[in-house]
Design a protein. Sequence first.
Length: 233
Amino acid sequence: MSRCEAGGARLAGALVAVALVAAAGAAAGSASSAASTRPVPATLVAVESGAEDIIDMVFAGQRAQAIARATALQATARGPAAADLAAAGTRPSEGALLRTRTARLARRARAGSKTEILLAANALSELMPRLYARFSNRVPPAVLTLDYLDREAEFRSLARQGPRIPAIVARLGRTWGALRPGVVAKGGGSEAAAYQRHVAAMRALSRRPGAALEREAVNGLNLVDEIEGVFAR
């Protein structure tokens, strides 16, 4: 979701959760199939906006609020989220990764730089596509992947980590290439064309990180909101 929508959707004081879903394997595949008819749990919906809330707080200079939210995320990873993960058939190692990332975010929120907090919060968002794939949802998980990748490109640029950006943008292009036919099939021709132009712009800017790339990445977040709307019609 866009940075503006993340702020508007903020759930004040709410504890939120995040989890990782494993890649396919024989046993995991069976559990995933059993869980696929379940709606996405409220804890997972909350963590998507919660991770973005922390990002929004950092840009607004609200360090204390970011610390409080990150601390809540860490606590939730050990509590309410565990029940949802177990019900979805996830493995202990997946919960361990969740705890690792929430703990890192809490540390960064307390003592890290702005970009360290942004990257740690986005690392939670990275888990969401595979996790959402466990459940029934009208919006394909790949839409969340686009969201993560646009932000990752922006934040790596802010962190002056330019050499990492071309690979991120290449993954953005591959993810979009696989998702685009589904967007068009849902009647999102104009939205698909707009995001295609965005991908081309990101490719052109990927080896010249800076303000122009960062603005284009934020544009991508807004376009992802429109693509999400196509599937929600």
